[in-house]
Design a protein around this ligand. Structure first.
Ligand code: NOS
Length: 328
């Protein structure tokens, strides 16, 4: 079996960022919204650099306006993930894009998303769990509204809380209220750090927000003491190499620090982030890592084990997914 065929666990996937461009174009057509500016002539998303990527992302979200849109989106995402061998996935869901932070609306969106997830689990054997995510550049007040939505719907499906968005805006600690609120509701925590922010952003995330996972975190490699701290604390990094290469953090897979982090004892997992934006899939990530570092099936099996241990699902679900990993 080639490494690309292995069953996979994905922990870092932005729900809207996983929307196939054809799906967004179709919604734009149905709703008579002109989104032609965000697509290249070949139909893919068109952006230059991180700030512009965030703008295009939010423009695409303009046509995702109802629970039904999110039901269809969820099915489209899970079909694609399942086709790539993913057996368990966590996606970042933002109340900001699902009702604007209103709890009543959020519940409607969530019901539709969960309906689609149940259907995909029955038909495709893929399990989805949701991590409610606030958007850093929308500011701490909006983040509080997201955290309240998360806390009200925390349970065996919404299992985590996190933060994405522009790391250049504010400090991690500015969002402490939202993270405390989520923690008190029993949610597990992750945040984006060490992607565009340097090692200090990772330190802040771990120490000030008390997260157990970090989205990206790869720039920790610039500080050996921090690498030790992450290994000692057992923090799991949700690493998205293909995304980092497209956004210009590293020239290519071979120069990406994932292998060095792993060799230093840091727990690493592999994800796609916003796959259609970054022209990637889980299969491609595995293939590129295999080519760059010679990783074999046993290396990917270990990575999937790490990812499953760090997954925010309950133990019954973890045991069920473990069987799917072992089947092959
Ligand atoms: O690669 C990324 N780095 C940082 N933030 C991101 C990335 N992809 C998406 N988002 C951010 O996450 C929010 C909700 O999921 C999106 O609004 C976007 O701002």
């Amino acid at each position: 079996m080639t490494v690309t065929e292995l069953p996979k666990i994905e922990l870092h996937l932005h729900h809207e960022g996983a929307a196939p461009p054809a799906f967004i174009r179709q919604l734009a057509h149905e709703k008579r919204v002109d989104l032609s500016g965000i697509f290249k002539p070949d139909g893919s998303y068109d952006f230059r650099g991180f700030a512009h990527f965030l703008e295009v992302y939010e423009a695409a979200c303009e046509v995702l306006k109802s629970p039904e849109d999110f039901r269809r989106l969820t099915l489209a995402i899970l079909e694609e993930s399942a086709a790539n061998g993913v057996v368990y996935s966590e996606t970042f869901l933002s109340p900001d894009f699902c009702g604007g932070g209103d709890l009543h609306a959020w519940r409607d969106y969530l019901n539709a998303i969960q309906d689609a997830a149940d259907e995909a689990e029955r038909k495709l054997g893929i399990t989805l769990r949701g991590v409610v995510t606030c958007v850093r550049h929308f500011g701490p007040e909006q983040a509080k509204a997201s955290a309240r939505c998360a806390a009200e719907t925390a349970g065996d499906w919404i299992t985590g809380f996190g933060m994405g968005g522009n790391e250049g805006v504010g400090r991690q600690g500015d969002f402490a209220w939202a993270f405390d609120c989520a923690r008190e509701a029993g949610l597990r925590l992750t945040t984006h750090a060490g992607e565009f922010g340097g090692p200090d952003s990772v330190r802040e995330a771990v120490r000030e927000l008390g997260v157990e996972r970090i989205g990206h975190g790869v720039r920790a490699i610039e500080d050996p003491d921090l690498v030790h701290e992450l290994a000692d604390r057992g923090v799991t990094l949700e690493v998205c190499p293909g995304s980092n290469v497209v956004l210009g953090l590293y020239d290519d897979f071979a120069s990406h620090p994932i292998a060095k982090l792993r060799d230093a004892g840091v727990k690493v997992s592999v994800s796609t982030d916003d796959p259609p934006f970054f022209h990637t899939t889980m299969r491609r990530e595995y293939e590129m890592l295999h080519k760059a570092f010679g990783w074999q099936a046993e290396d990917f099996a270990a990575i999937n084990e790490t990812a499953l241990s760090a997954a925010f699902c309950d133990e019954e679900t973890r045991a069920r997914v473990k069987k799917r990993l072992e089947k092959t």
